[in-house]
Structures are given as structure tokens and as C-alpha cells.
Design a protein around this ligand. Structure first.
Ligand code: BTN
Length: 253
């Protein structure tokens, strides 16, 4: 099936570009933000040649197998709530996966989407100052169809079709995702995020520039920070960075 046929369910959506290839859909949406595009404008690519992930990593984006989508949000949230957008995007993404693939989908803090213990999606949000105030670019990559992962990624990653009877339509998934993102600012996100968060109640390893630290993941605060307790009883709220979760992906001890 040609990729454009798979994205047919999106016909009629305004301010949406579906491209065969681009370096990064986040770059295209940043340009749209600068050019004055409205909230809800989005770009999808069948393939990315320089897909970007969190923490400066690259995001492998081969043709024909994934959904690579970036969405422009011109927030109405107060500026001091903008840091909640990455977590809200994860809630929207998990909802879309449940709707379009019929799979259970959880969230690994801060915003990886996880099905059957495998990472199926990552989210990179970027703040863009524009003449009309701050805009947020929400970039989501979802592994949909069968694909071969690099040896490192293979320890962690999965794709949706691995658990479904019929192939998941990238068009139906994108449609559900865009609908959920359109409602992102009115989500009761905190309750849903906490319910979906697979990190809670588990032992985690916090990856810090000066080494790793083990802790118990206790809760999620109202700003979506991860509340942890160290072995000496000290508690801290972690707001950014990477945690590995015991029993999930490669961290099994
Ligand atoms: C991560 O897992 O670290 C986040 C990955 C985010 C990938 C998506 S794919 C669409 C958008 N364009 C990019 O270059 N990155 C995001």
C-alpha cells in the first residue's frame, strides 16, 4: 500500500501536510510556527532522515513502518503550566494507541508510551518563541508496523502490529492522535497520567551526569514531577532526565 493511501483517513483535516520524507517533522512545524500557522497545524512524514529524540538522541525513522507526527500547539494554558504539555501529550498518545490499536498502553515517566513492556513511542516537545508568544511543537514517533531495530533498541522497543490481529492503520492512528491532541488542554491529565504511569511503585535508577542512584518511585506531583525516595529516606521530586525502571525494558535485576 502506498503511504498516502494509508493516510487517507486524514482527508479533510486542515493545516496538515503529509510528506514522503523530511529531516524532522519537528523542524517543519517550527517553520510553520514562525510563519504564523494556527494551533493544530501538523506535519506527518513517511520517513525522517534526521529524526530527533529526547536528551539530544537521534530517533530512527525508517519509511513505511512508523507514525512520525509533529503538532503545533499555541497554548492557552498560563505560561507557568507549559511544563505540563509533555506529560499531557503522553496521555493523548496513550489514548490514541488504545483507540486505534485496541491495546493497553501505559506511560513510562516522563513520556514514553509502553505496550506489553516494550517502548512503542517517544515524544519530543520543543518550545518555540514566536512573535505571538510561545508555541509548543509536540513531536511523536510511534512504531506501528514490523521493523528491525538496532541491537540497542531491540532490548527496549516494540511495534504495535506485534500484538494485533490486523495491521494497525497509521492513518487511523494519526487521526485519533490529532483528535486527542486537539483536546489536550482540556484533559483531566493528572488523574489519567497517574493511572497510566508504569513507573509508580517500582524501583528506579536515576541516570545523573555523575552516575546512577537507586530510589523508589512514590508519586507524581501536580507538575508531573516524579517523587522518589532514596534508601536513606530522603525524598526528592525529579523534573527532567532519564530513569530506568526495574522490571521494564532492560533494567531487570
Ligand atoms: C524519544 O523517544 O526520545 C523521543 C522521540 C521523538 C520522535 C518524534 S518523531 C516525530 C518528531 N520528529 C522528530 O524529529 N522527533 C519527533
Amino acid at each position: 500500500m502506498k503511504f498516502l493511501e494509508e493516510f487517507a483517513p486524514l482527508a479533510g483535516r486542515s493545516h496538515l501536510q503529509v510528506l514522503a520524507q523530511t529531516d524532522s517533522t519537528n523542524n517543519r512545524v517550527k517553520e510553520l510556527a514562525d510563519a504564523g500557522a494556527p494551533s493544530g497545524a501538523a506535519v506527518i512524514a513517511d520517513r525522517q532522515t534526521a529524526g530527533r529524540g529526547r536528551l539530544g538522541r537521534s530517533f530512527s525513522s525508517p519509511a513505511g513502518v512508523g507514525l512520525y507526527l509533529s503538532y503545533l500547539l499555541r497554548p492557552t494554558l498560563p505560561e507557568d503550566r507549559l511544563m505540563t504539555v509533555p506529560a499531557l501529550a503522553a496521555v493523548a498518545g496513550a489514548r490514541a494507541v488504545r483507540r486505534a490499536a485496541g491495546l493497553d498502553c501505559g506511560i513510562k515517566w516522563p513520556n514514553d508510551l509502553v505496550c506489553a513492556g516494550r517502548k512503542v513511542s517517544g515524544i519530543l516537545t520543543e518550545l518555540v518563541p514566536t512573535q505571538s508568544g510561545p508555541a509548543v511543537v509536540i513531536g511523536i514517533g510511534i512504531n506501528v508496523h514490523e521493523q528491525t531495530f538496532s541491537p540497542d533498541a531491540a532490548q527496549v522497543a516494540g511495534y504495535l502490529d506485534a500484538w494485533t490481529d490486523c495491521p494497525v492503520s497509521r492513518g487511523e492512528l494519526a487521526k485519533a492522535l490529532l483528535e486527542e491532541l486537539d483536546g489536550l488542554e482540556t484533559l483531566d491529565g493528572l488523574r489519567e497520567y497517574r493511572a497510566a504511569c508504569l513507573t509508580l511503585g517500582r524501583t528506579v535508577r536515576l541516570l545523573r551526569p555523575d552516575g546512577t542512584q537507586q530510589a523508589e518511585a512514590l508519586g507524581i506531583d501536580r507538575d508531573y514531577g516524579l517523587i522518589v525516595r532514596y534508601g536513606d529516606g530522603r525524598e526528592e521530586t525529579v523534573r527532567s532526565g532519564e530513569v530506568s525502571v526495574r522490571g521494564l525494558y532492560g533494567y531487570i535485576e
